[in-house]
Design a protein around this ligand. Structure first.
Ligand code: DQA
Length: 145
């Protein structure tokens, strides 16, 4: 493998598949990991999927990615809309950053329309369900090729 992509997931996404399936679907983070690993094979990229309900843990993993990852795919979940700290951490990372939202945040409550992370992201995918992660993986692969 020529590199590793960190796929970081924020609060409540551990419940993906069980949580509000009418919004987020019935697939799980394990499904996300296997679909991204499949795309990664095409680009010689490994995936390392992580999830935390804690802002500081996500920031620590972004710092770790500075040493260990060629790119970051991040669904910051609710922290998208609140966290300057996660934005600041991503601004220390030099590789490609793709932001993914399973739901279309622009079709939902107005407080979800703004994401701090989007000002750092090289691309943003929203509303494509968990397929958005595989699409992001493909784009990161293309950017790194
Ligand atoms: C989400 C959208 C956020 O507004 C929400 O807080 C989430 C998930 C998404 O993937 O659609 O937890 O990031």
């Amino acid at each position: 493998m020529s590199g590793t992509i960190y796929i970081l997931n924020g609060p409540n996404l551990n419940l993906l598949g069980k949580r509000q399936p009418e919004i987020y679907g019935t697939s799980t983070l394990a499904d996300v990991s296997s679909s991204c690993a499949k795309v990664g094979e095409e680009f010689d990229l490994a995936v390392h999927l992580l999830q935390s309900n804690h802002e500081g843990q996500l920031i620590d993993w972004i710092h770790e990615a500075r040493e260990n990852a060629a790119g970051i795919i991040i669904n910051p979940a609710a922290y998208s809309h609140t966290s300057v700290a996660i934005l600041d951490a991503l601004n220390t990372f030099e590789g490609p950053v793709l932001e993914v939202h399973i739901s279309n945040i622009h079709k939902r409550e107005t407080f979800r329309h703004h994401s701090y992370v989007s000002s750092r992201a090289d691309g943003v995918i929203a509303g494509c369900g968990i397929e958005g992660y595989a699409l992001a993986m493909r784009h990161v692969g293309a950017l790194l090729s």
